[in-house]
Design a protein around this ligand. Structure first.
Ligand SMILES: *[C@@H]1O[C@H](CO)[C@@H](O)[C@H](O)[C@H]1NC(C)=O
Ligand SMILES: *[C@@H]1O[C@H](CO)[C@@H](O)[C@H](O)[C@H]1NC(C)=O
Ligand SMILES: *[C@@H]1O[C@H](CO)[C@@H](O)[C@H](O)[C@H]1NC(C)=O
Ligand SMILES: *[C@@H]1O[C@H](CO)[C@@H](O)[C@H](O)[C@H]1NC(C)=O
Ligand SMILES: *[C@@H]1O[C@H](CO)[C@@H](O)[C@H](O)[C@H]1NC(C)=O
Ligand SMILES: *[C@@H]1O[C@H](CO)[C@@H](O)[C@H](O)[C@H]1NC(C)=O
Ligand SMILES: *[C@@H]1O[C@H](CO)[C@@H](O)[C@H](O)[C@H]1NC(C)=O
Ligand SMILES: *[C@@H]1O[C@H](CO)[C@@H](O)[C@H](O)[C@H]1NC(C)=O
Ligand SMILES: *[C@@H]1O[C@H](CO)[C@@H](O)[C@H](O)[C@H]1NC(C)=O
Ligand SMILES: *[C@@H]1O[C@H](CO)[C@@H](O)[C@H](O)[C@H]1NC(C)=O
Length: 497
């Protein structure tokens, strides 16, 4: 059975059923029918007016192309949220409907799982848990709204690799759409939306009215085979999409939005201790990092010891005025390796691609490849920062020194950039084996201090613009050494510029 959306959201079929077809009948009872017809139209008008003021139905506000009314069936059994008593008026709380649906789907495990269709409408809900072998399908015009009253948000233990909620000690709020120990989960749709209504949370955070760390919008933990595609995620209270200690995660064709200012910590995607992950064809414009690859915090992350590895990021457009387009760290204590970032476009942003860490983090960042990155009006392009001192607590191991090595930047182009490169290694954390090739970045300011380095060992292949710092060895295009650097530890870091 193909699930068709119900009459309220399907104007054409719904309308047709009410047009009288028997003309004889019609002529005999014309006055009566006309009266009934008019009464009916008035009823519809008032009903629609009320629904519209409640932010609900869209019948007279927007046309849905008919192909969008028939949702694909991606599992043997498909349910509609309304089957479980869901009401999409933006006011009614649908937590029980979502929970019943998840329970029903959890019983279909052996039959290939189940699909939950969320039709057009505003579906207010408190946090709920996903189940395995399921597809959550958001129709066009479907908006899942997170309730913004924290008393509905359950508290959960801190993540083991963080030891704390990220902003407060002790428990943290769970996520709006949560899952743990799952397998085979798909969240997709015709660009329906999951909206965290973060405004209230951001305000309370700024006013210091919260005693626990805010919850992410979608958090999937200890799970495998996860696909998130063709949807929009917006206004998360905290990090938007947080896959934690997962394997085989694909995020494709997702739009992530939050205000670029005053939406604190609304990172787009935070792959955290994850393995085998692809993020592609996404548009991200948020109030913190677009993507931040992590693997736990200081001694807690070192003890948990789960790296983020084999991560491929491509075809992304990112905007961020507060932080960076794609970051690694600063919590990277379990290690981060084998990450490829390609075909990335960062525009009107503060920073583009950044690796951040600090003494005490431990772990490593290695085998990182950036390829074909476009910088369009960003303040700082390429950054490595080794003094990002933000510790979980004072118990961190002073001897846990992170390793940064085998990092390459190829085909990085752009214009309107203030500081194209700032690689700030230190005596404690030198940056080793870094490669630059095919770089041309148009600058906005004076020609001094535009390629900043300290404690960097590595090479430049061919000609690049701006001219590299003296810390790097120079090779020609054929890979022949032209000049070996004798001043790898020299520092030309200038934060004032
Ligand atoms: C989701 O499941 C986790 C783990 O069982 C639990 O701690 C959490 O409270 C659940 N969340 C909700 C909203 O039921
Ligand atoms: C991306 O998702 C939108 C709906 O969100 C869909 O219309 C479009 O075809 C998708 N693009 C690809 C390449 O899958
Ligand atoms: C999906 O919806 C968002 C928000 O409404 C919009 O910005 C984006 O362009 C849409 N994506 C596609 C592929 O239609
Ligand atoms: C936060 O903690 C303080 C001090 O314990 C307490 O007065 C306040 O009511 C708490 N706020 C919330 C929102 O729980
Ligand atoms: C990864 O997950 C996808 C579903 O998202 C699945 O189709 C695929 O078979 C999985 N890959 C592996 C290697 O298990
Ligand atoms: C996204 O939507 C497009 C267009 O409907 C469809 O072709 C594609 O398979 C969807 N992608 C995923 C990963 O669901
Ligand atoms: C690095 O990650 C890619 C996937 O992005 C994977 O295909 C490759 O095998 C990984 N390389 C190593 C050495 O593990
Ligand atoms: C580089 O990335 C841009 C998108 O940022 C893309 O349009 C272009 O085709 C890519 N170039 C190559 C050679 O892949
Ligand atoms: C330097 O890093 C590159 C990757 O960027 C790697 O292929 C190479 O083996 C590394 N060299 C050494 C000496 O480790
Ligand atoms: C540069 O610093 C590194 C690491 O701190 C050190 O091992 C090396 O001896 C220094 N090299 C020079 C030439 O001072």
């Amino acid at each position: 059975m193909v699930e068709t959306l119900t009459p309220t959201s399907s104007p054409s079929s719904w309308w047709c059923r009410w047009i009288p077809t028997n003309t004889t009948f019609f002529s005999l009872h014309k006055p009566l029918l006309l009266a009934l017809w008019l009464a009916f139209l008035f009823t519809v008008f008032y009903w629609q007016r009320d629904a519209a003021t409640a932010g609900g139905l869209l019948l007279f506000r927007r046309d849905f192309p008919s192909r969008m009314l028939i949702l694909p069936k991606l599992r043997p059994v498909a349910f509609n949220l309304k089957d479980f008593g869901g009401v999409g008026d933006g006011i009614t709380l649908n937590t029980a409907a979502f929970e019943s649906a998840m329970l029903a789907i959890s019983k279909l495990r052996k039959k290939g799982g189940g699909q939950l269709n969320v039709p057009p409408g505003y579906w207010l809900t408190a946090p709920f848990n996903l189940t395995s072998h399921m597809t959550l399908f958001l129709a066009e015009g479907a908006v899942i709204l997170g309730i913004d009253d924290e008393k509905y948000w359950p508290l959960m233990p801190p993540l083991p690799s963080y030891g704390y909620g990220r902003e407060h000690p002790g428990p943290r709020f769970g996520s709006l759409i949560h899952g743990q120990n799952l397998k085979d989960v798909v969240v997709t749709g015709y660009n329906g939306t999951i909206d965290g209504q973060g405004q209230t949370w951001w305000k309370k955070y700024r006013q210091k009215l919260l005693n626990n760390t805010r919850g992410p919008l979608v958090q999937i933990m200890w799970s495998t085979d996860i696909l998130i595609s063709n949807i929009t995620l917006r206004d998360s209270p905290f990090w938007t999409l947080h896959p934690y200690d997962c394997k085989n995660v694909t995020i494709r064709n997702v739009t992530i939005l939050a205000p670029i200012f005053e939406a604190p910590n609304t990172d787009g995607i935070d792959p955290d201790s994850c393995e085998d992950m692809v993020i592609e064809n996404c548009y991200i414009s948020v109030g913190d990092d677009g993507i931040a690859i992590k693997s736990g915090w200081d001694q807690y992350g070192i003890a948990y010891a789960r790296p983020s590895t084999n991560i491929r990021i491509r075809n992304l457009v990112v905007r961020t005025m507060v932080s960076a387009g794609v970051s690694i760290g600063s919590e990277m204590s379990g290690g981060v390796s084998n990450v490829t970032v390609e075909n990335l476009h960062v525009w009107n942003s503060r920073r583009a691609i950044r690796i951040k860490t600090a003494p005490g983090r431990g772990g490593y960042v290695r085998h990182i490849t950036y390829q074909n990155v476009t910088l369009d009006n960003v303040r700082v392009g390429i950054i490595v920062k080794t003094d990002y001192n933000e510790y979980a607590d004072d118990e961190y191991d002073r001897n846990a020194i992170p390793i940064l090595e085998d990092i390459s930047y190829t085909s990085i182009h752009g214009e309107g950039v203030r500081v194209p490169v700032r690689i700030h290694g230190s005596d404690e954390i030198p940056v080793r084996n870094i490669t630059f090739r095919d770089i041309s970045i148009g600058i906005t300011h004076k020609k001094q201090h535009i390629f900043q380095c300290s404690y960097v060992q590595g090479r430049v292949i061919g000609n690049i613009f701006p001219a590299p710092c003296e810390n790097l060895d120079l090779y020609d295009e054929q890979g022949q050494l032209i000049k070996r650097s004798v001043s790898q530890n020299m520092s030309v870091i200038d934060y004032d510029f």
